[in-house]
Design a protein around this ligand. Structure first.
Ligand SMILES: NC(=O)c1ccc[n+]([C@@H]2O[C@H](COP(=O)([O-])OP(=O)(O)OC[C@H]3O[C@@H](n4cnc5c(N)ncnc54)[C@H](OP(=O)(O)O)[C@@H]3O)[C@@H](O)[C@H]2O)c1
Length: 315
């Protein structure tokens, strides 16, 4: 007789604050063709998790299980999966936005959203995927950042920012970051060349002639950042609003601007794994929480002041 296998997951029935998150026991998913079932060991918590928890965002009405970052062990493979076998340690980002569900003991993922985990612990590997893919796709694939170019990275000490600093340095760029003064030593340690305490100094006055801006703040930072670009330079904002005006506005100033949403990608994950293996990329861990305390991680993340990444540890 087949007994239904269950798992613990963090779910919610209503939108709201961290208190709406609850531990539920649900049926363990089964991998479909080209998918793997992953036994989750660690999963990062990102701003998109608490934004979706509070607003529903792209997902609409709950119930849903959040979480896009995953590091774990392949438990089973669906028909046709040649990349992995049960027992393989993998990490990656589930398809954004509709592949969510890693804040659970098990999750299914398209095999090609993942890659083999380098020899780092699951906490590191669970922290890196979403923020690293975002920074990689913005700086390398969209902006084509070149050695010697000047890049301005906003919220450089945040989840995305601190890996963007490392990826930009690995590309041989000159890195200018915005962060409050107490975080400057941390960022110098990651290789940042120039730091601006945004609380004391207006970056839009202090920075000129950059080739690339990575905007992680949105709002008026977008327009103000356009003025820091050299002619022909490019701004990539990761707070997309579907603006038709932004590229036109940029064109008038002789620069380029584009919005970007991170996208799951096997080759992007391989590039990230290579940087990790070369010792050029790691995550600073702002805090770890057991899966059952996901609400606490949301609460801390939502302060907007964390340095590096928050991670759920799943046993
Ligand atoms: N489009 C996409 O695909 C995509 C992907 C990833 C993230 N995002 C979005 O990008 C944003 C950043 O994500 P994240 O994971 O990096 O967030 P995060 O880790 O929560 O960012 C926290 C950091 O932001 C810094 N910060 C806040 N306001 C700042 C300001 N005005 N200037 C400079 N630094 C500031 C804080 O430093 P201080 O304490 O010094 O202020 C803190 O270190 C979020 O809104 C997220 O939703 C979008």
């Amino acid at each position: 007789m087949n007994t239904v296998q269950t798992m613990r997951a963090i779910s919610q029935d209503v939108l709201g604050g961290p208190e709406v998150l609850k531990v539920v026991e649900v049926e363990r998913p089964a991998p479909r063709p080209n998918e793997v079932l992953v036994r989750v060991r660690a999963a990062g918590v990102n701003p998109t998790d608490w934004k979706h928890r509070a607003t529903g965002g792209f997902l609409g009405k709950p119930p849903f299980v959040l979480g896009w970052d995953v590091s774990g062990v392949v438990e089973a493979t669906g028909i046709g999966v040649a990349l992995f076998k049960p027992g393989d340690e993998v990490f990656g980002m589930l398809p954004y936005p509709f592949g969510h569900g890693s804040h659970a003991q098990y999750v299914t993922a398209p095999a090609r959203a993942l890659t083999h985990k380098p020899a780092i612990d699951h906490t590191q590997a669970g922290a890196l995927p979403l923020v690293s893919l975002t920074a990689w796709q913005a700086l390398v694939e969209t902006a084509d950042l070149q050695p010697g170019q000047r890049v301005l990275i906003h919220a450089a000490a945040g989840g995305v920012g601190h890996v963007a600093v490392q990826i930009a340095k690995a590309r041989g760029a000159y890195v200018i970051g915005t962060a409050s003064a107490g975080k400057h030593d941390f960022l110098r340690g990651l290789g940042a060349d120039e730091l601006i305490d945004y609380r004391e100094t207006d970056f839009a006055e202090a920075v000129r002639d950059v080739d690339v801006v990575l905007d992680t703040i949105g709002g008026d930072y977008v327009q103000r950042s356009l003025r820091t670009l050299r002619r022909g330079g490019i701004l990539v904002t990761i707070l997309p609003r579907g603006s038709k005006e932004l590229p036109l506005e940029a064109e008038k100033l002789g620069v380029r601007a584009t919005e970007m949403l991170v996208d799951a990608d096997h080759y992007g994950m391989k590039a990230i794994a290579e940087l990790v293996e070369a010792g050029k990329l790691h995550a600073a861990i702002a805090g770890t929480f057991p899966l059952t305390e996901a609400a606490k991680a949301h609460e801390l993340g939502e302060t907007g002041r964390t340095t590096g990444k928050l991670v759920l540890i799943v046993d």
